[in-house]
Write a protein that binds this ligand. Sequence first.
Ligand SMILES: [Zn+2]
Length: 458
Amino acid sequence: MTSQTSQTSPDLQHDCAEDSYPAVGPLAAAEPGRLLITHVRPYGEEETSVLVEDGFIKEIGCDADAEADRVIDGGGNILLPGLVDMHVHLREPGREDTETIATGSAAAAKGGFTAVFTMANTQPVTDQPVIAEGVWLKSQELGLCDVHPVGSITKGLVGKELTEFGMMACSEAKVRMFSDDGKCVADPLLMRRAIEYARGLDVLLAQHCEEPRLTEGAVAHEGETAAKLGLRGWPRVAEESIVARDALLCRDYGNRMHICHASTEGTVELLRWAKSQDIPLSAEVTPHHLLLNDDRLHTYDGVNRVNPPLREVRDNEALRDALLDGTIDCVATDHAPHGSEEKCCEFEHAKPGMLGLETSLAIIAEIFVHSGLADWRFVAKVMSERPAQLTKLPGHGRPIAVGEPANLTIVNPDATWTARGAEMRSKSENTPYEGMSFSTQVAATILRGKVTYEAELS
Ligand SMILES: [Zn+2]
């Protein structure tokens, strides 16, 4: 477990971090042998066959009956680079009753993902190398999905003292993103220090934007619906004030930063401004903030409680436009499993969060591709390429080309399936899409040449 990279002197930390790009910690081995994928359409374009050898793409446009150890008939489906999710909660260590690295990896593979970043609000909090290494090494033993641990920005997520970014960045987990997600780093001086520290190591900070004084006791978007239903409101300004503040901190202290789960029209305006000023601020949006709004709260069903809350139609529209024009960089699921006792209770007491890994591709395809707003190259960009670029993650989000690692997803755009919490690979069932039908389904997922998921043929 020990290596020369666990040195702690500041100089070595710096060198190590530089060396750590593009390397990652010890990877699960690529699948040896030859895998032939026939009749697939890369990015939804011309049909071809792809030959994978020892985990890498060896040939595109090969003979459909080339010799191989295994053949997958793509059936004319779409081939995308394996999806990358910058924001999930796999709950291990501490809440293995709701999700584990194993069940979360299986859910990720079923959703088309080959790499995910799991947030630090575990129990104990991922604020030390040993916890991060445990997550990373377990995911590599399983070999279903690369699960990269996110380190916390502050010790114990209490917002008082910074963690040792350098130690975590240099650990075997090679932590490359830090976030207190679930909580906001509300103290502006502490955030300034975090930005300065992160800059030296070239790691990404991801902020959960929520001014805590403005959301005390809040459970729903502050608006007409919450007022009618008697629910305490979470105003847009609680998010936007932190986005604005952090954009300015980013500008003045010069490091890139990432906004988690953008949820309001105003946040989009601020991001647009920041990008126009060349401030290195990136952002993600969740499928649920693109698709759902607070109309759903009338049933008082705890499954609809999420943080930030479901907002209004005009926010959905602004977020969609922003993803289309690049103001928002990527999609992230914020996959947040909870047990039924945490969701089937009074709305105010329900834990915020929704499942996302197994439905996200279907939702993004529905909103953008089936509607004609965008094509599959767009989906590859916002669900694979951009998240891999933002996290400087090697081997993922790469073009489908000879010599690249075979991290791939085969997508059936003409399936018919219905989301059911009970049928999810996730250990929890809290999907807000229960009973909803979709037409896009992952047919197979491939990690370094190994098939990690394959839909049952109907
Ligand atoms: Zn969050």
